[in-house]
Ligand binder design. Sequence first.
Ligand code: FAD
Length: 448
Amino acid sequence: MNKEQYDVIIIGGGPAGSTSASTLVQLGHSVLLLEKAKFPREHVGESLLPFCYQIFQDLGVLEKMEANFTRKPGVTFSNIDGSSYSNWCFAHVIKDPSYLSFHVRRAKFDHMLLQNSIEKGAKVWEETKVLEADFTSSDESVTIIAERNGKRMDLNARFVIDASGQDTLLANQLKCKKPFERLNTRVAYSTHWVNLNWDESLKEGNIKIVHLEGEKLGWLWMIPIGEDRLSIGLAVNMDYAKAQRRELSKTSDDWVKDFYLQELKSSSLASKIINGAKIAQPISANGDFSYYADQKFGDRYAMVGDASGFLDPIFSSGIYLGMKGGQRVAHGVSDILNQKGRALLNDAYKDIEGAYKLVENLINTFYQPDSIKWAGADKAFDQSYEKFESAYSILHLILAGDFFTNHEKYIKAIELLRNKSMIEKYRNLIKHPEVEKGSEVCKRIDAV
Ligand SMILES: Cc1cc2nc3c(=O)[nH]c(=O)nc-3n(C[C@H](O)[C@H](O)[C@H](O)COP(=O)(O)OP(=O)(O)OC[C@H]3O[C@@H](n4cnc5c(N)ncnc54)[C@H](O)[C@@H]3O)c2cc1C
């Protein structure tokens, strides 16, 4: 039995767990992080938002990010054949170096963040699986029951942070996991490709989102992750995938691969890009999107990242939500440990709830047929975005990750933007600094 007591035990070493660990150690606390896998380990989710930049600075890893990962100036939304598309460059609204975001190979990125936690002073035990958190102790500590090399261990801490990702360890234990009512269940299939026919916006580093309309309620992502590789994923409605599985399984012994290729080829835009290209690794599947825990924190516990909730990844929001949430929660927990009360933790969760609500609203704009058409959104602004500068800038800021501080204003803005006739009325509702012309990268992409 390990007799040592830690200030905080963190379950899971993904971006949310390692950010929480590094922040708590920086704030002077003792931290033990337990991770069931051996890093580096693969993970889906490779495109980051510019608002992560400040966190990289706070964690002291910005130079490593710049040295190791490819850059992302913005997002391109396209219809299925590429005849209608819109480019969104973060430089349009962000006038400092953070406008250029990153795409990452997750194995390398997550490993780098976890190593950073160790360098900062956190204890990290990999290949250690947490089984349960026991809150029944009379001395106000929490006992974490874990397993390592087949041996059970009881570990003590004053507080536990659950960052176990989609395993949702504590939400399952506390039976507080709920579906987002307004979001459909979806499934995603993805892999990496090489030898592709790159188009201009991909060459520039934009993530491309291709809308698959109708019953598919879906989309393709294309993420240029370096080494001449594209990560290409397919996300569709679960019911559609199940029906296709039944059909394809009659004749195919690899229905996943056949389904994935069938859907990519249903887009003439994607077909052109993968013509003659090669799949570089096995196709992975991720399903059952969109849930939240309705008791995200308590006296001696807090949930961060996917362990607290997960939203459809269409707007690449997950890692930023997890890292920013992890950082805010770490500050709140530090105050509790220092006997300074719970106000900071309560505030953190108010903003986390607001951020998830904002992203949920944004996601709904993509799937509702009467809402903003992202691939043609610039046309909805009549091509003359100067006239609608406030609305246009706000959408850029939301796409860049401005979820935590302005969520109330932005939720209102999204509601209004659902209705085209309201754009004119709305345009001066939220004032923004004068927006100069975009950066060189943006100008080049806008010219495509
Ligand atoms: C199809 C798809 C595409 C996505 N695309 C993007 C994208 O482009 N951009 C983006 O920002 N996000 C994307 N996401 C979301 C993103 O991947 C997640 O939001 C992010 O990984 C959350 O980080 P986390 O630290 O909360 O969880 P994770 O990264 O999942 O880490 C959780 C860790 O906990 C460990 N663990 C689990 N259970 C235990 C246990 N019992 N004991 C010990 N350790 C445990 C796991 O091994 C894991 O390492 C995507 C998600 C999906 C499904």
